[in-house]
Design a protein around this ligand. Structure first.
Ligand SMILES: Nc1ncnc2c1ncn2[C@@H]1O[C@H](COP(=O)(O)OP(=O)(O)OP(=O)(O)O)[C@@H](O)[C@H]1O
Length: 309
């Protein structure tokens, strides 16, 4: 029963209610030009991708900004990199024009507040995600103009990943899990042996164990073994110690430092823990979608010497 009917019941007769006109709410103005520009850029990028993707994968340097990468010195070079997400007609910028050069063989830590864009940056430089504009040169390949299928080839041949969750196959042993990485690698001649790798991660005795028979730290070490079996040029980690206790976390970091030193693999990790930055020789601070600060550290600490909490 509505208000009018309630009153009619109370007074016992029909009543007239004056209708007050309902004011229409003003609609929020949407800036369609921003979204239009965004979509136009994407269209151009798509056309260039079609034209250049194969050439880039064959080693041709293609730039959209006019910049030429210095591949002797740098493993990664970003030039005016922008990435945004579009929801409906609203654009949320996440990377807002990043310029960045990372040296070959460095141990790099990316720090920054929650939501600042660390994971997005890592995904972009590792070929897991694409930017909207700017150049992302990794080992000279401009990832911003690679087709999805060519990005997959790039990842398979050049980069290894370690995630917070170890993502091991439960029905395979530690050795077999590592071999999944090895089988994906094209250039067999530069492979290490699985035995070498298990020696590096300190798990030669556990090669035949299944994931459920291993601790979290051991599983994470196997995921490092799998990444190393590709003999990647760059090893990426998104919070690789995030699910581990202090002891296991330090152990995993020790291995990453050893891999960086022994195989000269560039290691790049994202972390919330600022103490972990002490083991890096380059520390990048991301803030609000931009690089706030880059610090060089000439005397990195061993993982056993850093504070943890
Ligand atoms: N697929 C998506 N769609 C829309 N917005 C997204 C998407 N992915 C990320 N974002 C937004 O982009 C911003 C940056 O996210 P990102 O995960 O890169 O931050 P982060 O620094 O790694 O954060 P955290 O430390 O909390 O993991 C956040 O505001 C997030 O909400």
């Amino acid at each position: 029963m509505n208000e009018k009917e309630k009153i009619e019941q109370e007074v016992g007769k029909k009543v007239k209610v004056k209708q007050t006109p309902v004011k229409k709410e003003k609609k929020e103005k949407i800036d369609y030009t921003v979204v239009k520009e965004f979509k136009k850029n994407l269209k151009e990028q798509k056309q260039q991708t079609k034209q250049y993707s194969k050439k880039i994968l064959k080693g041709e340097i293609v730039s959209t900004t006019g910049a030429t990468p210095n591949t002797d010195k740098y493993v990664i070079e970003l030039v005016n990199v922008k990435k945004a997400y579009i929801t409906g007609e609203v654009e949320t910028p996440v990377l807002k024009g990043i310029d960045l050069s990372l040296e070959k063989g460095d141990f790099i830590v990316i720090l920054g507040p929650s939501g600042s864009g660390k994971t997005t940056l890592l995904n972009v430089i590792s070929g897991l995600d694409k930017v909207n504009s700017g150049d992302v040169f990794v080992l000279g390949y401009n990832l911003s103009l690679l087709k999805d299928v060519d990005l997959t080839k790039f990842r398979r041949d050049h980069v290894g990943f370690i995630f917070q969750q170890y993502n091991l196959l439960t029905n395979l042993t530690a050795k077999e899990n590592a071999e999944v990485g090895e089988n994906l690698s094209k250039s067999k001649e530069k492979d290490l042996t699985i035995q070498d790798i298990f020696k590096t991660i300190g798990m030669e005795e556990q090669m035949n164990k299944y994931p459920h028979q291993m601790s979290g730290g051991q599983q994470q070490r196997v995921s490092i073994a799998r990444a190393l079996a590709k003999n990647p040029d760059i090893l990426f980690g998104d919070e690789p110690t995030g699910a581990l206790d202090e002891e296991m976390g330090r152990k995993v970091l020790e291995i990453l430092v050893d891999v960086n030193k022994k195989y000269k693999t560039t290691v790049i990790i994202v972390t919330h823990n600022p103490n972990i930055a002490d083991i890096a020789n380059t520390v990048i601070h991301v803030r609000n979608g931009l690089i706030d600060q880059i610090k060089r550290n000439d005397k990195p600490k061993r993982p056993s010497d850093i504070d943890w909490s």
